[in-house]
Ligand binder design. Structure first.
Ligand code: PEP
Ligand code: MN
Length: 360
């Protein structure tokens, strides 16, 4: 499967920009669905998305209108000519999606984790020529993700792609679901011809981050974006904080830098640019890590201040450097480099803590 070319369905769309899938988190009413779709008609969005069955973390929230909403999605296609996509969470959903002639079925993050359900959906789709997009599982398990894709491939589905929607974690973070970009980077290396679409909405969880997440995805040569779009986002029945209006979508797609000049040509990879993009991405991570480290150092500064303890603790510093030198064995980094880099990091921490000590 690794070298299989899964891109023809995407190339057949003959787009001169990455694929854009847009539409609301949930189909709330026929009027809501059609209003959004008509506003999206004149944007870069080629595919209309809407959740018909909504997997909710806890009971009590809106769980989708189910089959009742499927004719609304069909109407989107009739009235706007857009392709349509919905999430299918079990074999029954898949059967109904086939009946209502939905063009693309996506497998949600909570379904990808369950090989039994994925297999049942794959069996239901056997012999059809549906496009299937598999979201990453909620946990950062690359093998489980690719395993799900493989189940569709083995069922004879060749119009395949994946959606990167980030990974959940217990710790609070600026993202709703951490992007862990290294995973899609590895995936692109292993499956260079498997379309990969980013879902910045579920990664970000808030609309002000949609642009930067989308830009990173395009810098990493993603094939498309799936962005939750709603005419009145604040009133949305689900995921209100992360939805954007069709107008904002237009602005975002206009502002995004698209690096791929020969979209769809799988042989066109400017290696140098690809590596530089990776370096830029890693450098950004370094900054975030250093900033996190410094925040912890600040907290230590507060504790030292309370107890009236000296900022510089030579013993502790000696331990850090020793541990790091041991840890770096075999890392390809010289001892001198480790010494130097930790010295400047330590110096910065001391300066931070001194500021805290001097504060009233
Ligand atoms: C969605 O796309 O609305 C959705 C439920 O996404 P996920 O499966 O990524 O949580
Ligand atoms: Mn959603």
């Amino acid at each position: 499967m690794k070298n299989e070319n899964f891109k023809p369905w995407l190339e057949a769309m003959k787009l001169d920009h990455p694929l854009v899938i847009a539409g609301p988190c949930s189909a709330e009413s026929e009027a809501q669905v059609l209003e959004i779709a008509h506003q999206l008609k004149n944007t870069d969005a080629t595919v209309f998305r809407a959740g018909v069955w909504k997997p909710r973390t806890r009971p009590g929230g809106f769980e989708g209108h189910g089959v009742k909403a499927l004719p609304w999605i069909q109407k989107v296609k009739e009235e706007t000519g857009m392709l349509t996509t919905i999430e299918v969470g079990n074999a029954e959903h898949a059967k109904l999606a086939l009946e209502f002639d939905i063009d693309i079925l996506w497998i949600g993050a909570r379904t990808t984790v369950n090989p039994f359900v994925v297999q049942e959906i794959a069996d239901t789709l056997k012999g059809t020529d549906k496009i299937v997009l598999v979201k990453n599982p909620i946990n950062p398990d690359y093998a489980l993700w690719m395993g799900a894709v493989e189940r569709f491939y083995k069922a004879g589905i060749t119009k395949l792609g994946v959606i990167h929607r980030g990974f959940s974690s217990y710790e609070k973070d600026k993202y709703r679901n951490k992007p862990k970009w290294q995973i899609p980077i590895d995936l692109k290396r292993d499956y260079p011809n498997l379309p990969i679409i980013c879902d910045p909405s579920h990664i970000a969880g808030r609309r002000d981050l949609i642009f930067e997440v989308s830009q990173t995805a395009l810098d990493l040569n993603f094939d498309g974006l799936m962005i939750e779009t709603h005419c009145t986002p604040d009133e949305a029945w689900s995921d209100a904080a992360q939805q954007i209006t069709p107008d904002t979508l237009v602005k975002i797609t206009e502002d995004l830098r698209i690096r791929k000049t020969e979209f769809g040509d799988v042989n066109y990879i400017d290696k140098l640019t690809e590596f530089r993009t990776q370096i830029n991405f890693l450098d950004n991570q370094l900054i975030e890590l250093l900033s996190d480290r410094m925040k912890v150092a600040d907290k230590i500064g507060e504790v030292k201040k309370e107890r009236n303890v000296a900022v510089l603790q030579n013993k502790r510093w000696g331990e850090i450097i020793e541990k790091m030198l041991a840890k770096s064995t075999g890392s390809g980094l010289s001892k001198e480099f480790i010494n130097n880099i930790f010295k400047v990091i330590h110096q910065e921490s001391i300066e931070h803590q001194e500021i805290i000590m001097k504060r009233e």
